[in-house]
Design a protein around this ligand. Structure first.
Ligand code: SAM
Length: 284
């Protein structure tokens, strides 16, 4: 069997456009069957356009969104009346779950660098729920697009003190350190006093660096200055950040409370008590 790392490398060697095309083609038969059997819910995208990863199986997509909602409720006390910001909203996985959680006094804003996902969400979710809005931001990310804008200089398109809760699932695992630093700074600006944030990361420290460098399942062979890359050519492929650097970045952005809940991605033997693959970081 080809090791997962090798398959991933092959996948990364394709351009973003080629990856989209392969995916559509590969899942065309399953999408056709989902369509005629009515398996896919109203807001759930066909597997072929779930460019954010995974099999895109409709039931699994909804289940994962509900799991994310549960994490938000448990760790940052997400309330129905909250104003929330979803950084890297993708193709609506989290938003679909939030439709049933936020009430009409709550509001949702999401933004993303892939227009296809933003358009799908506005056309499906935004159309039925005026308090849900998705914004396309044409910023470069070598895993997802070829746009010119710089995430490291991007100003979030919202006024200050606007959001009670800010979250990002599997987004800071696909961005450069300077870009993440800017997003943390911007998050601090648009977060209300007393607001809370939750983001997932790949975080390591000296005790597990050797394991995450070279295991044949999910590893980061390329060492940089207190961070590691999975693929040196597609730098947004996946990034892991040393815990000391994370703490420094949080402090620099003005966040004083930072809690890391370890995920099982770096377990040599999976700890079944862990809820999430990636590491969850809660900060305020
Ligand atoms: C693995 S997907 C996760 C999507 C979504 N959060 C979810 O859980 O389904 C990563 C997302 O981050 C988006 N992304 C990458 N760089 C970004 C940036 N600089 N600003 C906003 N979104 C970005 C990608 O387009 C993609 O939708």
């Amino acid at each position: 069997m080809i090791a997962k790392n090798k398959l991933r490398k092959l996948w990364y060697s394709l351009s973003a456009g080629q990856r989209h095309a392969v995916r559509r083609l590969y899942y065309f038969p399953a999408d056709f069957i989902d369509g005629i059997s009515g398996k896919r819910g109203k807001y759930v995208p066909p597997r072929g356009i779930v460019y954010t990863g995974g099999t895109g199986d409709p039931e699994e997509f909804v289940k994962q969104g509900n799991h994310q909602l549960n994490l938000l409720k448990e760790h940052i006390d997400l309330q129905p009346a909250d104003a929330v910001l979803d950084i890297g909203s993708g193709i609506g996985r989290t938003a679909i779950a939030l439709v049933d959680h936020l009430d009409s006094t709550g509001s949702y804003e999401g933004f993303d660098v892939v227009e296809l996902g933003v358009n799908w969400c506005n056309k499906k979710i935004g159309k039925d729920h005026p308090n849900f809005n998705f914004t396309y931001v044409p910023l470069f990310n070598d895993l997802y697009n070829t746009k010119a804008g710089k995430a490291s200089e991007f100003e979030f398109p919202y006024q200050g003190d606007r959001f009670d809760k800010i979250f990002s699932f599997s987004v800071f695992t696909h961005m450069g350190v300077d870009e993440i630093q800017n997003y943390l700074k911007e998050s601090k600006r648009v977060l209300t006093d007393g607001g809370q944030c939750l983001s997932t990361f790949f975080i390591y420290d000296d005790s597990n660096e050797a394991y995450i460098t070279s295991n044949d399942r999910f590893s980061f062979p390329f060492k940089k200055e207190r961070f590691r890359l999975m693929d040196e050519n597609v730098t947004a492929g996946n990034i892991a950040i040393h815990k000391d650097l994370l703490n420094e970045m949080m402090k620099h952005a003005g966040f004083s409370e930072v809690k890391v809940i370890d995920g099982f991605w770096k377990d040599e033997v999976r700890d079944q008590k862990k809820q999430e693959y990636q590491d969850i970081v809660i900060y305020s």
